[in-house]
Design a protein around this ligand. Sequence first.
Ligand code: SAM
Length: 278
Amino acid sequence: MDNTSNIEIHETAFVTATFRSLNEKLSGDYYAKLWTNSKTNLWMKDYLSKVSTEDVFTHCIRNRYFLDITRDLIKQHKIEVLINFGSGFSMYPFLLGDSLINIEIDKPEIVNYKQLKLNEWQNQGELPKREINFIGVDFSQDYEQDLFSKINNIVQGKSTFILIEGVLFFLNLEETNRIFNFFSKLQKPNDYIGSVSYRNTIKKTTAFKKLIAFFNEKVTKTSADDYLTLEDNYYDTMQNYNIIDHQDYFSVSTKVDHTIIEEEDTILNEHFYLLKKE
Ligand SMILES: C[S@@+](CC[C@H](N)C(=O)[O-])C[C@H]1O[C@@H](n2cnc3c(N)ncnc32)[C@H](O)[C@@H]1O
C-alpha cells in the first residue's frame, strides 16, 4: 500500500484521516493522528497547495458533524449499530464509547490493513479496546446478497445508523442508486442514514476544477471519470426516507464557532444529510 507513485482511491482514506488530525479540537478525532505517515504528508501538502487549503477544515467539520449527530442518537437510545460504508480510517468506534456495535465496510485491502493496525494499537494501549466487525466489499461489484446476510447476522433486528461519507463522489449514479436501495432493504422504520455529497453547482467553482485536475493527474479511477454530485431532491424524493437534517460546511462552521478563511469559490463545500426511514 505504500510504494506506488500514484495515489489509489483507497489511499484517499489516509489523506482524510490526516486532515482530521490537523485540528483535533474541531474534528473531535483524537486518534486520527495514528494514521499519519510521510507519504501521506507529501500527498496532503501537494493537495492543499494545488486544490484548497480550506480542505483541512472541511474534513474536520464533516467528522465533527457526524460525531455529534451519532452521540446524540446514542444518548437518545435511537441507534444500537453504526454501519460505516466506505469507512476508510475513520475512528468513530473509539470516539463513541463501547455501547455501540460497529460494522465497517470498505475495500478488502483497506479493512484488512485497518484491522491489523487497530489490533496493534489496542494491544499497545494506544487505543481503547473495541470490537469492530470488518467486511471487505467493492461497491462496484455484485455484493448485495452476501453482504446482506453478513450484516443481518450482526444486526439481528437492532436499530441502525448507516454512514456514507466521502464515498459517493467515487461511485457512479448506478452504484449510488444500488447502494441506497440496499440500505432501504437493510433498515427498519426509524433507522437513520448519514450521507455526504456535493451539489451539482460545485462543478462551477475554482476549487472543484482544481480538484478534478488533481485527481486526473494523481488518482487512479477505474470506472467513468465523471465524479458524482447529487441535488437535494435526490434525497427529497427517496422512497421511505425523510430528510430530518441538512447542513453544509458553512452552516456547521457557524454552529461550532469555526471562522472560515477562504472565499466560497475556493472551498469544496460538502452537504451533509440525515435521513430517517418512515
Ligand atoms: C475519502 S475516503 C473516506 C473514508 C471515510 N469515510 C472518512 O470519511 O474518513 C473514501 C473511502 O471510500 C472507499 N471506497 C471508494 N470506492 C469504493 C468502492 N467501490 N467500494 C468500497 N469502498 C470504496 C475507499 O476505499 C476509501 O476508504
